[in-house]
Design a protein around this ligand. Structure first.
Ligand code: BES
Ligand code: MN
Ligand code: ZN
Length: 498
């Protein structure tokens, strides 16, 4: 979809559709009121007849409204005016775009961006409108032999800003929103692919393609190089699979030479059957999403490269499968990680931490300004936080605050859990330096405690996205989270010259 920014009255827009909001109960927004007056109170008449009340997310499409230059007017319900906040704004934009996409307009001028949203500025509204619009039209149907073609999909959207001197702010926010949305789409596409197509090799090829298109450096380390690096923990997971593992290392050098990079590490298990500690059959298909951390890192690289962000960023992706096999890890096996620490694998299904620990050890060589890992790491995180917030744990409080703030900024929120020393006790092993599980209690915290043993040399934060990276049920599909959070985090860092 294409976007542009414009300032001007709604009744003067020569377009297929002008989109304006209506609050409950039948209270017209500023733009709707302008359209109403020019049309001789046609809109308020219709509302009075009861065709629409302004319920959040409802829509009503009107044709040939008198004295306007547009073919149609789309009324969008906004709910109660005093309750109109972030969530409501996003829902209203989404409802509008869905209706536009399914009806005759291929272009539209959107005035919802002029509505006041509590505590949010124009840039936020524009960025979110772009992200929500792209979300609403996203489809993943190319694996079906026949796609249902939309007759007249929405192709162009003009986003309105109230004043001419706000055009530049709008333009920048639109570009940022588009970059984030494109990054999310890439992350979703990769994640929605099934395990038989999205193998470690496929992820590596996709990352290479992106690197080539965007002009950043990439290395893909193969099995033999991983052996030379002594990544015994990562390799132990990979050996239960016929697909060769890869360690993808991307270098985006937008910042000054010598500036310490931010390192993003993404878990890339392309299918997690649990290994010998086999998972139950129900919903096991969703374990194709166990590479969503990796997908979010690649999506973030797409976004920051599109934006030409002035910052140095390294992306590290350990990727392999976790399957049961004659050569797979067995409960009780002891392996030696790249750091030299030995690990007793009490449960082969706690494999994410086993591949991440070696990637985190590897990260130290870049002398990072900060390291953030992103992983669908624990079912316990879904129990703790559900599907709204990603879990956040960190060994550095200022870094945690930066990430929490970035999440708030872009409605891709995280919630911090404690990484207290007391929890480390649960990882004691009788036979190795550390066990790979810490019992049922505090599963998300003990998983992060495990990782913390490998991140002592730098500021580090961990995002557990097990509950937020995809949706289950009827709407099954990847969400593209936490690409918005990560991009905002990096944008803020670039802004501060960190
Ligand atoms: N990929 C899973 C975590 C997961 C499970 C994410 C369900 C989303 C939904 C991870 O590899 C895993 O299996 N973790 C185990 C850890 C346990 C064995 C300590 C879990 O959460 O059950
Ligand atoms: Mn697992
Ligand atoms: Zn896993």
């Amino acid at each position: 979809m294409e976007f542009s920014i414009k300032s001007g009255s709604p009744e003067k827009q020569r377009t297929a559709c002008v989109v304006v909001g209506v609050f409950e109960h039948r209270k017209l927004s500023l733009a709707a009121d302008l359209m109403d007056r020019i049309s001789g109170f046609y809109i308020s008449d219709i509302l009075r007849r009861g065709d629409m009340d302004g319920k959040l997310g409802s829509t009503l499409l009107l044709h040939n409204v008198a004295n306007t230059l547009c073919d149609r007017v789309l009324l969008v319900g906004l709910g109660k005016e005093r309750d109109f906040r972030d969530k409501e704004y996003r829902q209203a934009v989404s409802a509008a775009v869905k209706t536009l996409n399914e009806t005759g307009s291929t272009e539209a001028a959107m005035y919802l961006t002029e509505l006041p949203v509590k505590k949010r500025e124009l840039a936020w509204k524009i960025e979110q409108a772009v992200i929500m619009a792209m979300e609403s039209v996203y489809r993943f149907d190319h694996l079906k032999s026949k796609q249902d073609e939309l007759r007249r999909p929405l192709r162009r959207m003009v986003l309105s800003v109230p004043r001419r001197n706000e055009l530049a702010i709008g333009e920048t926010a639109m570009q940022q929103g588009l970059a984030i949305a494109q990054g999310m789409n890439l992350a979703k596409d990769l994640a929605n692919l099934p395990g038989n197509i999205c193998t470690p090799t496929h992820i590596a090829e996709q990352a290479q393609e992106l690197a080539k298109a965007q002009g950043f450096k990439i290395e893909v380390l193969e099995q033999q190089q991983l052996e030379e690096l002594k990544m015994g923990s990562f390799l132990s997971v990979a050996k239960g699979s016929r697909q060769p593992p890869k360690l993808i290392v991307m270098h985006y050098a937008g910042g000054k030479k010598g500036q310490k990079p931010v390192v993003l590490v993404g878990k890339g298990i392309t299918f997690d059957a649990g290994g010998i500690s086999l998972k139950p059959a129900a919903e096991m298909d969703e374990m194709k999403y166990d590479m969503c951390g990796a997908a979010s890192v690649i999506g973030t690289f797409k976004a920051i490269a599109e934006m030409k962000l002035p910052l140095n960023v390294v992306g590290i992706i350990p990727t392999c499968e976790n399957l049961p096999d004659g050569n797979a890890n067995k409960p009780g096996d002891v392996v030696t990680s790249m750091s030299g620490q030995t690990i007793e694998i009490l449960n082969t299904d706690a494999e994410g931490r086993l591949i991440l620990c070696d990637a985190l050890t590897y990260a130290a060589r870049f002398e990072p300004a900060a390291v953030v890992d992103i992983a669908t790491l624990t079912g316990a995180c879904v129990i703790a936080l559900g599907h709204q917030a990603s879990g956040l744990l960190a060994n550095h409080d200022a870094l945690a605050r930066e990430l929490l703030h970035a999440g708030e900024e872009t409605y891709d929120r995280a919630w911090q859990l404690p990484l207290w020393d007391e929890y480390q006790e649960q990882l004691k092993s009788n036979f190795a330096d550390i066990a790979n599980i810490g019992g049922r209690a505090g599963g998300t915290v003990t998983a992060a405690c495990f990782l913390s043993r490998f991140t002592k040399d730098y500021d580090w934060a961990h995002l557990d996205i097990a509950g937020t990276a995809w949706k289950s049920g009827k709407e099954k599909g990847a969400t593209g989270r936490p690409v918005p959070l990560l991009v905002h985090f990096l944008v803020n860092r670039a802004g501060e010259g960190k």
